[in-house]
Ligand binder design. Sequence first.
Ligand code: APR
Ligand code: PHB
Length: 393
Amino acid sequence: MKTQVAIIGAGPSGLLLGQLLHRKGIDNVIIEQRSEEYVLGRIRAGVLEQGMVDLLREAGVDERMDREGQVHEGFHLSFDNRLARVDLKQYSGGKTVMVYGQTEVTKDLMDARKAAGAQSVYEAEDVALHGIDTDTPTVTFVKNGEKVTLECDYIAGCDGYHGISRKTAPKDVLKTHERIYPFGWLGVLSDTPPVDEELIYANHERGFALCSMRSSTRSRYYIQVELDEKVEDWSDERFWEELKRRLPEDVAARLVTGPSIEKSIAPLRSFVAEPMKFGRMFLVGDAAHIVPPTGAKGLNLAASDVYTLYHAMIAAYHDGKPELLDKYSDIALRRIWKAERFSWWMTSMMHKFDENTFNQKMQLAELDYFTGSEAGLTVIAENYVGLPYEKVE
Ligand code: APR
Ligand code: PHB
């Protein structure tokens, strides 16, 4: 088998990159270790920055998003038993975000890839990368019991945090930076109308809570829990009671509860691997970095990596400038570190870290200050809608 770009992983990073390259006539094959159904079964993020929305349009997957997605012009921060609104549109020079689930984005991209006739291999076993520091890298895998070798010009490692690509990078070059937070998020998906038209991020003395949504009839809620909590110990009833206690009274009073259709606990982590290019192999998305979900940045950072690599690939294949591929890592990392900072800051300001009342008062003063100042609201809004994408030149 032979292609121009071998893409490892059919998450949002791999599928979006594959679709964009395909539309520019750059041949690519996606190698994914799981089945399509498994990939689509994962419940993940739900807030898309405008830059990602624009990129999905460029990939030709905007039809259902425009029909079913919701444009949000603001969100709320809850603290001290009150709500403060962050007007995204007003404080970011007119930008907004789109509430549309990662699961839906993934499905749209899979459908578009099939319609385009681009090749994907699902349920590939023993995926391995070879010769990344040569001009003739290859990917090997086992499909239906047979070993296959895929020859390519470049490899895009879009295989997430647990993937094989980062592990293939030379140990003496790869540097990693990590912070693990002392709590997790317990998330519930339910077919109930959202408690509010906009998202609510709540700082509370019992711990953080988030009210989000997937549609006007489907809600996504989260509460901060201890790392050793077990999902089995959280009945729906216990979850709803705890969520209500962390919201302002009037909000809690109008919360509509119902049976959960998904319930899971996720740890919170900040992680960056650098550089993101090793010879002819590039790390993209979760393969290179993780953010705690408090800033809604994980999926969006994957999209900005894809934007950068896509434009560098166009430069290499169409403009005769392969040297621009060398800039991928530096350009991507500049934006990644700023999103890491915002995600870390939002996490620090919104969660309960300990019983120290001074620390809690500092969080409240910070929230009161930032939401009461034009400069503060601008800082939150411009980061939340997404910092600009840097041109590849
Ligand atoms: N070989 C092939 N595929 C692999 C391998 C491997 N060795 N290891 C992992 N994969 C696949 C996974 O099964 C998964 O489908 O790579 C894919 C990686 O997808 P994601 O983890 O979703 O990562 P990414 O595409 O970068 O998406 C960015 O945004 O909301 C956040 O973390 C969230 O998934 C999200 C991410
Ligand atoms: C979600 O809807 O799953 C969601 C929304 C905003 C976040 C994190 C998760 O910051």
